[in-house]
Design a protein around this ligand. Sequence first.
Ligand code: SF4
Length: 488
Amino acid sequence: MKILLTAERTLMSNYHGALFLGFMSCAPKNLINSKLFFRFICPPVKVKDGQALLAPYGTRKIEAALLDYGFSEKDVAVVPPEKVGKYLKEAKIVGITTNDPLGLGPASTTFANKSGFIKDESFNAYCFRDLLEKIRGKAKIVVGGAGAWQLAEEKVREELGVDVVVIGEGEKTVPQLFDRILKGEDLRGVFYGEVVENIPVIRKASVGGIVEIARGCGRGCRFCQPTLQKLRSRPLEDILKEVRINAEVNGFVNLHAEDVLRYKAEGLKVNEKAVIELFSEVSKISKVGISHFSLASVSSAEKVVEEISTILGIPNKAQPWIAGQTGIETGSAKLIEAHMPGKVLPFKAEEWCDIVEQSFGICADNHWVPCATLIIGLPGEEESDVLKTVELMDRLKRYKSLIVPLFFVPLSNLRNQKPFSAEDLKSYHWELLAKCWEHDKKWIIDLSKEYLAKMPLISRALLMNFITWAISEGDKRIRGMIEERCTV
Ligand code: SF4
């Protein structure tokens, strides 16, 4: 086995089919006992014939790309991190998929690590470090994935013992790099992945039953990585192949795109026929979930949202709603205009708050649950901008949803700006945080009960206890912090 593919431990778990729990990997390690976390909430993926039965979607894509390039199945193994040691004697390359290797992504920097509310290392950063300690110096280490940008600095790579980092899409570039390494080239440094036109079809099942339906976005928000990529929708037949693979092992799939409503869209207009065909065909094979949708698309294509819920038979006992991530980011038209004018199209920046509320209403009518983000500390943000978001929060109170405030992380076209940290919070930020807290507190118990219904009893009880504890603890801490800040 010349090539081992793996990922840090928090990515190599199916979270009992409740993939949203994966966000707990961004939590500080001291928030929950690690042994309980890794046993009951983030259990390891099962192993079959020495290989991982499930692996992160990105790892599966690289595996498929290597096989398409000409490597044989005997050359490539996908293994969970705890089994890597077994193969290290033979392996020449260990390829690691990572989302957030140093805990510098928006959720980790908000809740954990040096800049967050609780100054302790996040689970994901800890697990990445732990994995590298096991393999350092024993094979060429190549790291890729959504968080690879965090390893761009040579000093960081040297300290960790990472040889090669691939930033961007890996399917075309990684097989060529691996080929060169196996032919004896001592490759080191950062490589930028070429944009892939023919996205390969995965051979084996993915964590969370993820199936990519489209890649890229094209709305052009200045802080976002996918702005670098144009929107490319995959052929329906490739999607259905991946759906069958995942349905067999997972029993469900999660259709992934930056905006599932823009499958095969030309420009920003929702392609009603293509989206309906997609959901109809997939639902004949498997239970269906979605990853992300855009609020502007919801508002511009209410009928499509309605029809998807009808096709999926939502609500039903097993699936009372369908949830997806989405971005509100701000209630300020000024900040929309400055950093994300494309996000609101075909609407205008000054219409954004109305569009957000209208979309939340459409979602509620059709049993969709938005899990939305806000960004705190965007460049140019002033008190009046934050207060506009506070007002918007009041308008969203009655809609079943979660709204998560995240600190601004300078990426993409805003990479030279200052990152935001807990130390930068002003009293008006606390007002917004308190609104988000009240909103989420109102909905989270019901949502959790429904979402976790299928989990094993012990894991469910542990999580429900944890959520109840976190609510009462959070109440105390947030009230204390607000009182402290507001008297400064
Ligand atoms: S709409 Fe979302 S995915 Fe698209 S560029 Fe903006 S933040 Fe990124």
